[in-house]
Design a protein around this ligand. Structure first.
Ligand code: ADP
Length: 765
């Protein structure tokens, strides 16, 4: 991987550097061409200038030849005159040609050409006119000749000035071109040097990057070598064999440990799968797998190869070279191809024979332990039965003796009482121990009986009330809401739980009382299901929160003094909770030290008379309302019994007013706290119904003000019932703190309202 990274980095750097060089090369070539082009222009100007000088020479030569001929008559001058005349015109035409690319100079060259023609023709004309002048002296002819010299000079001068002007311009051009070429050359040189520097810097940078990568690669390789060494050491240390199967290429690597594990002294194998048998001297490794394990082995391997499992695990037996079987655990993971199927499986073989033997041993031991526990259980059951039989006789005799107490003296009677208590305790203990062992070993199965709640509770009450009466505490069962409930369950076990809970409640209560409160929760009439909730509430010593869970552990009591003072085994609650759980329910406790405890049993039940339950609940509600109604009517409200309703919402005023009317309770309405205060100052009310949220002055403020007034005027406290829509704990708290006596939640429930009203009207009457 590291190598791959370095190669791609090298390629990327090389591409970058080559691109830079190509770019610089193109840039330099174009600059060089530009320099060449500018040099060519310089050369061109030089050629033009030298042509100008040739023209000037020819101009002078033509004039000199003409004069030489006219003064000497030597025909050689004439020949030269003609030749130089042609040369002058040729030279001027060349100038015209050379300046074709420069319109301004070209126009001047044209002018030079035209003027040269005039110049040449005038000289030719004079040559012909005065060709015999040298032979004889003729003053007139001489004068004419001399006077014509001015014209010659003029033409010569004019032509010269044209040529000079042309030359001047060309010199200027040459200067400009030379400086442009020089500038370009300097720029080219500079760029060349910069490019060279840039190229060197780039190459150095590339080398540096490559060097760093190479360094990292070497470090990584070193690290990998170390890891590899560590792995090898670790593998050697754990004695595991390593395999690396290239599924696609059908090659495999097997470390020597894999062979050693099976008792074969072989080195690592790394080659085609097909060559493995030859390497093992004709032995097929698959043939070494236990016949009972081979199918599962192949199946697990197939699942992995076909991508059905992402991890490979196989546990199988392999025949050791010495003939015995060893247990091997193969584990591995795959390298997956793009199709999601593994292309490689790499993993390890561990010899787990010792572990397997240990498991076998443990299993055997466990079976033996279970067997012995069962035997103990049977022994315990047998023993307890055996003990119970004579014990029953002993307790029977004790009861007979107790019934004949008048025949014995006080001391003897006290002995008989102790005998009865001890036999009862012993019987309870034996029953508990037996029960617990049965539950522990899962031997208890629950029955499905038809249970009549009335009967069940009546039984419990009748059994337990003796103890309650003895202790002079109150004991009652309230299940009016669900009287006549018939449901399916294990009657004996349910009674056992209740007797245990009630027994404890009575045992730990010195004053106050014990009550059993039953109700139905989550009642679904359609499928006759519900949760039966039975609470055993006492006003006894209570239990510290620290022990709320501990008391459900076997043989646990809150502290030693308890067992000393109250007796008991610490098995009742664990048995009860286990039974409740077996019924699919729960047994929980809520208790405060010094205030009492509530044990809540909740079990899901199937109701066998759902219609009756529904009807009963309706009847019960009606009965309750009727009871309130009767109570309210018995109050015989008179003019004095007036209620103040403080409520801003018209809907509530109508509803509450309707209820009050129905029961003949007189009332006034105040729409906010201020109105309520006014009315309170001017009238006397037995109860105030106070809404909390109102405009102008809310219910809490109004209550505070009423309480202040009562204090100032030394009036008795008027019961104030708050009416709150939220009914959160905080709201309720606020109500009480502001001085209210009670609260009811909105929307107003008729029975709640009447119940509260009844309570305070009764107190007031
Ligand atoms: P036992 O009553 O035979 O000791 P239990 O398992 O029934 O065993 O109760 C365990 C302990 O829980 C009791 O010893 C007592 O400390 C505490 N306990 C149970 N019920 C009550 C209760 N109603 N009030 C106070 N403590 C209780």
């Amino acid at each position: 991987m590291f190598k791959k990274n370095t190669t791609s980095l090298f390629l990327a750097s090389a591409v970058f550097v080559v691109s830079c060089i190509v770019y610089v090369y193109i840039f330099l070539i174009s600059a060089r061409d530009e320099v060449r082009r500018l040099n060519a222009w310089v050369d061109h100007s030089k050629i033009v200038i030298s042509q100008v000088y040739i023209t000037m020479t020819e101009q002078e030569a033509v004039l000199a030849d003409q004069r030489g001929y006219l003064l000497t008559g030597d025909s050689r001058f004439l020949t030269q005159f003609k030749n130089n005349q042609d040369d002058l015109l040729i030279s001027v035409r060349k100038l015209v040609e050379l300046t074709n690319d420069n319109p301004e100079q070209n126009r001047k060259a044209d002018e030079i050409h035209d003027f040269s023609l005039q110049y040449v023709s005038y000289l030719t004309e004079r040559k012909d006119a005065y060709k015999d002048m040298h032979r004889s002296y003729d003053q007139t002819q001489l004068d004419r000749f001399i006077s014509g010299l001015d014209t010659v000079d003029l033409l010569h001068e004019r032509l010269s000035s044209l040529i000079f002007s042309f030359l001047e311009k060309e010199n200027l051009l040459l200067k400009e071109r030379i400086s442009a070429a020089n500038e370009k050359r300097a720029e080219y040189g500079q760029n060349m040097v910069l490019s060279l520097f840039g190229a060197c810097a780039l190459i150095m940078l590339m080398n540096w990057v490559l060097f760093q990568e190479q360094k990292k690669f070497f470090l990584d390789s070193e690290r990998l070598r170390n890891i590899d060494d560590r792995h090898k050491l670790a593998i050697k240390a754990v004695n595991d064999g390593i395999f690396d199967w290239d599924i696609g290429n059908k090659t495999i690597f097997l470390s020597s440990q894999i062979f050693k594990m099976c008792g074969y002294d072989k080195n690592d194998y790394d080659g085609p799968l097909i060559g493995l048998a030859a390497y093992m001297d004709g032995l097929n490794l698959l043939d070494l797998i236990h016949p009972d394990d081979i199918t599962a082995f192949k199946q697990n391997l197939d699942h992995f190869v076909n991508g059905l499992t992402s991890e490979y695990t196989n546990i199988f037996r392999v025949k050791h070279a010495n003939g015995y079987w060893i247990w091997v655990c193969a584990r591995g993971g795959g390298i997956f191809g793009s199709a999601g199927k593994p292309i490689k499986l790499i993993g390890s073989h561990s010899d787990i024979t010792a572990q397997k033997q240990m498991e076998e041993r443990l299993k055997k031991e466990m079976e033996e332990a279970e067997g012995s526990s069962k035997a103990k259980m049977e022994f315990l059951a047998h023993m307890s039965h055996e003990i119970r039989t004579p014990l029953t006789t002993v307790s029977g005799i004790a009861e007979i003796l107790e019934r004949q107490s008048n025949k014995f003296d006080e001391k003897q009677n006290s002995l008989i009482k102790t005998l009865i208590t001890s036999t009862t305790t012993l019987k309870d203990l034996i029953n508990d121990v037996l029960d617990f062992s049965r539950i522990d070993s899962g031997e208890i199965t629950l029955e499905k009986n038809k249970i009549q709640l009335d009967t069940l509770l009546a039984e419990v009450v009748s059994i337990m009330s003796v103890q309650a009466i003895e202790k002079n505490i109150e004991f009652k069962a309230d299940h009016s809401n669900i009287a006549h409930l018939v449901f399916e369950g294990d009657q004996i076990r349910l009674r056992q739980i209740l007797i245990n809970l009630v027994g404890n409640a009575i045992k730990f209560t010195e004053k106050g009382g014990v009550s059993i409160l039953s109700k139905l929760d989550c009642f679904v009439p359609e499928n006759a299901s519900a949760v039966l909730s039975i609470k055993v509430i006492d006003t006894g010593i209570g239990i510290s929160p620290l022990y709320h869970e501990i008391i459900f552990d076997k043989f646990k009591q809150v502290d030693d003094t308890i067992s000393k003072r109250f007796g008991g085994t610490g098995l009742g609650l664990p048995i009860s909770r286990s039974l409740a759980q077996m019924m699919g329910g729960a047994l929980t406790v809520d208790s405060k030290v010094g205030e009492g405890s509530t044990f809540a049993l909740e079990i899901p039940i199937k109701i066998l008379n759902p219609d009756e339950v529904v009807e009963n609940r309706i009847l019960e509600k009606r009965r309750y309302a009727g009871h309130i109604e009767a109570n309210l009517k018995s109050l015989k409200p008179d003019d004095d019994q007036k209620v103040l309703m403080v409520e801003d919402y018209e809907g509530n005023v109508v509803v509450i007013g309707y209820i009050l009317d129905e029961f003949g309770i007189k009332y006034d309405v105040a729409r906010n706290g201020i109105e309520a205060l006014d009315k309170f100052k001017n009238d006397r009310y037995k109860v105030i119904l106070m809404d909390l949220q109102m405009p102008k002055m809310d219910g809490l403020t109004a209550t505070l003000k009423i309480r202040e007034l009562e204090k100032q005027l030394n009036l008795p406290l008027t019961p104030i019932i708050g009416m709150t829509a939220h009914a959160t704990f905080k709201d309720k708290n606020n109500c009480i703190e502001s001085g209210m006596n009670d609260f009811i939640s909105k929307p107003i429930d008729q029975s709640n309202l009447l119940n509260s009203l009844m309570k305070y009207l009764k107190e007031a009457s």
